[in-house]
Design a protein around this ligand. Structure first.
Ligand SMILES: Cc1cc2nc3c(=O)[nH]c(=O)nc-3n(C[C@H](O)[C@H](O)[C@H](O)COP(=O)(O)O)c2cc1C
Length: 307
C-alpha cells in the first residue's frame, strides 16, 4: 500500500490532507458526509476566549472563482470547545486535531493556548494572526512584526505541543513574517489565509459587506498561495501546510511540488463536502500508478519530512 504518512516536525499525520479552519466546523458538521478518521487532520474553526457573535449579515458573497466571507470569527468560546466539542472528537482515533485560536489581544491568545495545552484531543495549535489586535488599533497582528514576535514567543512558552502559525499573503514581506514566526518558536507554518477583497451592491449603490472588506477564498487565490508557499519553502527549512484554492488532485500536487508538506482544503468543503476524503484516495491512487513516493513530488525530489 502506498505510504501517505507525513511528519511535520513532531506532528505525524497518516496522510497530508487537512481541512482548513472555518470551513469544516468542528468536525461533527461533516460526519454525515465522510469518515473523518480517514483524513490527515482537521483544523477546528477559530475560537476566542469568550463566545463571539460575529459580523452582521450579509456574510458571504459569491465571486466568479471563489467566495468572499465576513463571518467575523463567530464561535462559542473556549469553554464550550473544551467541554462540549473536544469530548465528541474523542471517538476518532486516527485523525489529528488542530485547534485554531484567534484572540484579539496577546493575553487572550496566551490564555487560550495555555488551556488547550492540557487537552489530549488537541494534537497541535494553529494561531490565526490575520485577526485584529485591539491593543494596536485593530490592525491585524500579521502587519506588526514586533507584535507577532511577542505573541508567538508567549504562546510558545505555554503551549508545548506542535505550534503552527498561519500566515497571510497580504503583508508587505511574507519572508520577514515567516522568519519572525520561526525565530519566535513556530514549529510549522500554514499559508495562506483569505485575501482581503471588496464587493459592491450596485442596486443599493453601497458596499456589499457592512465592514467593507471581506476575505476572498477559492480558486481565485490559488496562484497567490502557490507563490507564497514556494517563496517560503525556498528560504526556510520549516514544515509547511499549504492552502488556498485547492479544488482537485492536480491542485494538491501543485502545492506539494512547490514545497508544501501537507495541504488544507478550505472553501471547497462547502461545494463538495466529501472532497477531503476523496483527495486522500485520489492521491494514493496517483502515487501508486506513478510508482512514486510522496516526497518525489517535490521540485528537487528531496525526502524532506516525508517518510
Ligand atoms: C467561510 C470561511 C471561514 C473561514 N474562517 C476561518 C477561521 O475562522 N480561521 C482561520 O484561520 N481561517 C479561516 N478561513 C480561511 C481558511 O482557513 C483558508 O485559509 C482560506 O479560505 C484559503 O483556503 P481556500 O481557498 O481553500 O478556502 C475561513 C475561510 C472561509 C471560506
Amino acid at each position: 500500500m502506498t505510504n501517505l504518512k507525513v511528519k511535520l516536525g513532531k506532528l505525524e499525520l497518516q496522510n497530508p490532507i487537512i481541512t482548513a479552519s472555518g470551513t469544516f466546523g468542528y468536525g461533527e458538521e461533516f460526519e454525515d458526509f465522510l469518515n473523518i478518521d480517514k483524513l490527515g487532520a482537521i483544523t477546528l474553526k477559530s475560537i476566542t476566549l469568550k463566545p463571539k457573535a460575529g459580523n452582521l449579515p450579509p456574510r458571504i458573497a459569491e465571486t466568479p472563482s471563489g467566495m468572499m466571507n465576513s463571518i467575523g470569527l463567530e464561535n462559542k468560546g473556549l469553554e464550550s470547545l473544551i467541554n462540549v466539542t473536544l469530548p465528541k472528537l474523542k471517538k476518532y482515533k486516527k485523525v489529528k486535531v488542530i485547534a485554531n485560536i484567534a484572540g484579539h489581544t496577546i493575553e487572550e491568545n496566551v490564555e487560550c493556548a495555555r488551556q488547550l495545552n492540557n487537552q489530549s484531543r488537541v494534537n497541535a495549535l494553529e494561531v490565526n494572526i490575520s485577526c485584529p489586535n485591539v491593543d494596536n488599533g485593530g490592525l491585524a497582528f500579521c502587519f506588526n512584526l514586533a507584535d507577532v514576535r511577542v505573541l508567538v514567543e508567549k504562546i510558545r512558552n505555554v503551549y508545548l505541543k506542535p505550534l503552527i502559525v498561519k500566515l497571510s499573503a497580504s503583508v508587505p514581506d511574507i519572508l520577514k513574517l515567516a522568519e519572525t514566526c520561526v525565530n519566535a518558536g513556530a514549529d510549522i507554518l500554514s499559508l495562506i489565509n483569505t485575501v482581503p477583497a471588496l464587493e459592491v451592491d450596485v442596486e443599493k449603490k453601497a458596499l456589499f459587506f457592512k465592514r467593507g472588506s471581506a476575505g476572498l477564498s477559492g480558486p481565485a487565490i490559488r496562484p497567490i498561495a502557490l507563490k507564497a508557499v514556494y517563496d517560503v519553502a525556498q528560504k526556510f527549512d520549516v514544515p509547511i501546510i499549504g492552502m488556498g484554492g485547492i479544488s482537485c488532485l492536480e491542485d494538491v500536487l501543485k502545492f506539494l511540488i512547490v514545497g508544501a508538506d501537507a495541504v488544507s482544503i478550505g472553501m471547497m468543503n462547502f461545494v463538495k463536502p466529501t472532497i477531503s476524503q476523496d483527495l486522500v484516495m485520489e492521491l494514493e491512487k496517483y502515487l501508486k500508478e506513478k510508482k512514486m513516493k510522496l516526497w518525489e513530488m517535490r521540485l528537487n525530489s528531496s525526502p524532506g519530512p516525508f517518510s
